[in-house]
Design a protein around this ligand. Structure first.
Ligand code: UDP
Ligand code: MG
Length: 312
């Protein structure tokens, strides 16, 4: 097996026929063996029936069904676990990531790169809010993260077997694949592309899930939020000291000043209260993570695996 193409599928029945049409055209063009791994992430529509049909029609197609919806990152992880290729390509199932770009990714791999990630130059038909959120977020992440996570990249990428082997060994439960991929290292390069609108169907990520993924990326790859509480705390201590001096000064030189009273105290109380709440929130984020990792649960449970020979 030379190439594996990994695609997570969650309620994409409307996209699947077109996806198959376009991806099989690309697979025909690639020289070498290609397997297409479709991961059904607990879809509630007809997706799994369509996958079954695909597998019966085309022996290059295999699929697995997670026993419930585990989320995009875990679905991709499952696909990476099962991929047998020397080269693994990951893309979305809604045709926002054009399959026609795969030969270009492979070309870069031939030039000796182990990771080729697709970088968005434009986003079509995504709300103004989401675009600006993404723009600001990726730039903040790049500044704060311990590893160099390239801006405007998603999970659409090509990875060499050696990179996927490392990813597969990582026990992390809170997986931010685009970050882990950067963490792994090796020779990495970008290919620019315009992110198209969804072919059909609704976006599967709710705003809450996108936000959770974004926070996950920050907290998993940066200790700055944890230190932030220390910085804010130090700043608050300075302000408090300054205020104490001020109050003392007023007491000695302007004993009649009305400002020394209730207002000052209230301000200090509110300020310190806010600082403490923020700090506790950040600590909670990390403690929650320790808890998650310590539980050591498997990342997913499988209900069906087809097309993997003796591993079925
Ligand atoms: N997806 C998934 N599980 C989920 C949510 C999404 O497998 O819980 C898949 C979905 O089918 C699609 C990809 O992940 O192939 C990206 O999802 P979507 O297009 O909704 O999000 P986007 O990345 O475009 O914001
Ligand atoms: Mg999409």
């Amino acid at each position: 097996m030379q190439y594996s193409i990994v695609i997570p599928i969650y309620n994409e029945e409307k996209n699947l026929p077109e996806l198959y049409r376009r991806i099989s055209a690309v697979m025909d063009r690639i020289d070498g063996n290609v397997e297409l791994i479709l991961i059904n992430d607990g879809s509630r529509d007809r997706s799994v029936h369509i996958l079954r049909e695909f597998h019966q029609q085309d022996s290059r197609i295999c699929y697995l069904s997670l026993a419930r919806n585990f989320g995009h990152q875990i679905a991709v992880t499952a696909g990476l676990n099962f991929a047998r290729g020397n080269v693994i390509v990951v893309l979305d199932g809604d045709l926002q990531d054009p399959p026609e770009l795969i030969p270009d990714l492979i070309e870069k791999w031939r030039q000796g790169y182990q990771v080729v990630y697709a970088q968005r130059t434009k986003r079509h038909q995504e709300s103004w809010l989401k675009r600006s959120f993404a723009f600001v977020y990726y730039r903040i992440l790049r500044h704060l993260a311990d590893v160099d996570i390239p801006i405007d990249t998603g999970d659409f990428c090509l990875m060499d077997r050696c990179v996927v082997d490392v990813l597969n060994k990582m026990p992390e439960t809170n997986r931010y694949i685009r970050g882990l991929r950067a963490w792994v290292g090796f020779r990495q390069t970008a290919i620019k592309f315009e992110r198209k609108a969804r072919f059909a169907g609704e976006i599967k990520y709710t705003f809450g899930q996108s936000l959770a993924l974004a926070i996950n990326g920050l907290v998993s790859f940066s200790k700055v939020p944890l230190r932030l509480s220390t910085y804010v705390g130090l700043f608050a201590a300075c302000v408090a000291l300054l205020m104490a001096c001020l109050v003392l000064y007023w007491r000695i030189f302007y004993p009649d000043s009305p400002l020394t009273g209730l207002a000052t105290i209230m301000m200090v109380i509110f300020f310190l209260g806010a600082v403490q709440l923020v700090s506790i929130g950040i600590l909670g984020e990390y403690i929650g993570r320790i808890y998650e990792e310590i539980k050591g649960r498997p990342l997913y449970t499988l209900s069906e695996v087809r097309g993997f020979g003796d591993r079925n």
